[in-house]
Design a binder for this molecule. Sequence first.
Ligand code: GCO
Ligand code: MG
Length: 403
Amino acid sequence: MLITDARVVVTSPGRNYVTLIIETDDGIRGIGDATLNGRELSVASYLEDHVVPLLIGREANRIEDIWHYLYKGAYWRRGPVTMTAIAAVDVALWDIKGKKAGMPVYELLGGAARSGVMVYGHASGESLDELKADFRAHLDLGYKAIRIQCAVPGLRKTYGIPAAGDAVYEPASGSLPQEDSWETTSYLDFAPRMFEAMREEFGFGVHMLHDAHHRLTPIEAGRLGAALEPYRPFWLEDPTPAEDQTSFRLIRQHTTTPIAVGEVFNSIWDCQTLITERLIDYIRATVVHAGGITHLRRIFSLAELYGVRTGSHGAGDLSPITMAAALHVDLTVPNFGIQEYMGHKDPAGEVFRTNYTFTDGLMHPGDAPGIGVEFDEEAAAEYPYDRKYLPVNRRLDGTVHDW
Ligand code: GCO
Ligand code: MG
């Protein structure tokens, strides 16, 4: 089964998505997500200009060989652009293999190890009352785990809160980056009060998660983790930037609050120390930014050896193709922990037709052969690329801070 054609489609049904389509001489078509929020066209070019010419005429079944051909063959390794491009090829090839076999991808990965995948949704608010109302709405939908983010009093805008009237949080807004403001002291005072109020209102029977979005120093993170312990968060996410993996040793010395890291990782080498020294509890790497199903499974297998569970990134900027691919992996890995699920804003549903289901807080990828998502190229053409940037963050004195 030879690859006869490959092409990239950039479309913006509500937000920008990059999709790779691969066709074979058997008439089977596979799709992969190549979306890198705020840097979409760099991956489209990497694929179109440098990868597609290498795919034509290649044997579509040889997923592992093609993965290494693209990774080692480029000489320039790793990085979000390269690894997102490789991920798109990898997922499209798994999609093709599943369709050829007449099986959903999770069967090819070893079969279901659980009946459904626990997902967490996002509750947020400009005030604690708004947060509580949103949390209640998520409980009514059946979520067993919910992330909580609330505007910090005194800050103009806080990460994770949707613009008024928007149901789904979308951080990439302006055609130039919008600037957010940050002050760690106010946040560190407020976050434990938010948890206290939420536990008081909703008790301990539901998982609560929180994302610090890389904004703390390691010692501040240790302090926050300790302050949150009485409220038993499911996890504290991205407490500090993770370029220096050893900085998490300091956090571990100060708190037993579980730590989740890795949505910006693209390779196993980004988390080797974090995993092998057991410095984190959940690894958040995901299919689209970490080299596809093939490489993500390697990361998850390493994590399994060290008692680290999975908790893949699943924000709305990861296309429904990634969401489906993630669910296939989640259903099969022994060390599954949780999966983020934010859903997608319409009109994304006109372009991506999905088969996955949500019942009582658990998701399932469905049993359609392959990944189980159909991509409508005609519908995609109706929504041209619309340049958008993620925000930049400054402290109150104007210093550029981590976002
Ligand atoms: C999350 C994330 C996202 C990212 C976004 C960047 O935990 O879901 O932090 O909201 O900021 O995916 O593109
Ligand atoms: Mg996050």
